[in-house]
Design a protein around this ligand. Structure first.
Ligand code: S3P
Length: 432
């Protein structure tokens, strides 16, 4: 089991090329596998989660080549009817995006398949995808506990009918599962969402030229319409960049330039929030590639002020709340985050785990049913911390360690591999 040791830092300087976006990488593999011909994905993220998606599609009969340095992938798509029944159970590891999006695709296949993942995946609710996919005609069985469905899932798909589905929770994974199942339905499937969540599936469907359109704020996909392979350039992951943004803001004498950061407006909530907190983050004009905007951004140490967050912004910062909590410990005033109950069912209960670990560093932090209350600024003191097997908790605490007096040790940091291979090396390369 790996541990990560972080000493209080005097300042961070440098330029970092951000690794590819995890959400976009998953979708590029999935649509590449369903397209006709060879799809090449540049700046693919070779993290454990994305490699789990690659592995699942290989088991479904798709040839996928990963280059030696693993940043370019080519997928030999066989078109919509091209997947074959796998021999064994599909294993998604720790990846919620893989199991939920792939369930949508499997719902459209005329064979039976079992899919599961690690201990954390088996604790995450799957009823939210099972419900609409059953309405479309798929059979999905899982383990039932307290009226909720959990993996392992057994999916028997085929002959789907289109539905109109209003998302009961703002979730890009559920939205995407329905849209991907819609590719196999006989007619037009419509999805409506109250608060916008990340729209990478929609952009990727457009990029591949699938029969997809948006009218009256509703997403519509027409099934059984083939599309051809495309080249995909994956931008850097803004959720990974968020750790380095906050590291530069809270560590005195810091200046970091983060190269090729994805700036899709459904993901830039973190920059909006940090700007409102008084952060110096320069965002130049973006360029658009593969329907996804990106730019190099520069972040400097800043005096931060507190913020109140709730409502529509929450889905746009859902993965960044633990690192926003770290920034809040250094901001003047009381930061309050509400309406973020979804955090309780991520890779860990992130309301609980963020509060518990920041407390070990000496911070005062109040756990609310649907969020956190954090006064600031507060002095932190190095301590022995846990990751709970959650990559974003491990990395958030590593950044907190940069401003904690003495040394911070985080145990069980192997999980960082799920989204950010090379995190420790990059972080240590920025220290004087
Ligand atoms: C993701 C959607 C979000 C996010 C996750 C990735 C995606 O989950 O937290 O890390 O790629 O669609 P939810 O759909 O559960 O909000």
């Amino acid at each position: 089991m790996k541990t990560l040791q972080i000493n209080q830092a005097k300042g961070l300087k440098g330029e970092i090329r951000m690794p590819g976006d995890k959400s976009i990488t998953h979708r590029a593999i999935m649509l590449g596998a369903l397209a006709r011909g060879e799809t090449v994905v540049n700046n693919f993220l070779p993290s454990a989660d994305c490699l789990a998606t690659v592995d699942c599609f290989r088991k479904l009969g798709i040839e996928i080549r990963v280059t030696r340095n693993a940043n370019v992938v080519s997928i030999m798509g066989k078109g919509l009817p091209g997947l074959a029944q796998p021999k064994g159970i599909l294993d998604v590891g720790n990846s919620g995006t893989t199991i939920r999006l792939l369930s949508g695709i499997l719902a459209g296949q005329k064979f039976e398949v079992k899919i599961s993942g690690d201990e954390s995946i088996e604790k995450r609710p799957m009823g939210r995808v099972a419900k609409p996919l059953r309405l479309m005609g798929a059979s999905i069985e899982g383990k039932i506990r307290n009226n909720e469905v959990f993996a392992p899932l057994k999916i028997i798909g085929g002959d789907l009918c289109p539905i109109r589905y209003e998302l009961p929770v703002p979730s890009a994974q559920v939205k995407s599962a329905v849209l991907l199942a819609g590719l196999f339905a006989n007619g037009e499937t419509t999805v409506a969402e109250k608060f916008p969540s990340r729209d990478h599936t929609e952009r990727m469907l457009e990029h591949f030229g699938a029969a997809f359109r948006i009218t009256h704020n509703e997403l519509r996909v027409t099934g059984c319409s083939e599309f051809d392979a495309a080249e995909v350039d994956v931008p850097g992951d803004i959720s990974s960049a968020a750790f380095f943004m906050v590291s530069a803001l809270i560590t005195p004498n810091s200046e970091l330039t983060l190269l090729n950061v994805g700036l899709n407006p459904t993901r830039t909530g973190i920059i909006d929030v940090l700007h409102r907190m008084g952060a110096s983050i320069e965002v130049p004009r973006e360029i658009m590639l593969s329907e996804e905007p990106r730019a190099d951004i520069t972040v400097r140490s800043s005096e931060l002020r507190s913020i109140e967050l709730s409502g529509e912004i929450i889905p746009r910062i859902i993965d960044e709340i633990p690192i926003i909590a770290v920034a809040a410990t250094q901001a003047e005033g009381v930061t309050e985050i509400r309406g973020a109950k979804e955090l309780r069912i991520k890779e860990s209960d992130r309301i609980k785990t963020t509060a518990a670990e920041l407390r070990k560093l000496g911070a005062e932090i109040e756990e609310l049913e649907d969020g956190l209350r954090i006064p600031g600024p507060q002095k932190l003191k190095g301590a022995l911390l846990q990751s709970y097997g959650d990559h974003r908790i491990a990395m958030s605490m590593a950044i907190a360690g940069l401003i904690a007096e003495g040394t911070t040790t985080i145990e069980n940091t192997d999980c960082i591999e799920t989204s950010f291979p090379g995190f420790e090396k990059i972080l240590k390369g920025l220290l004087p």
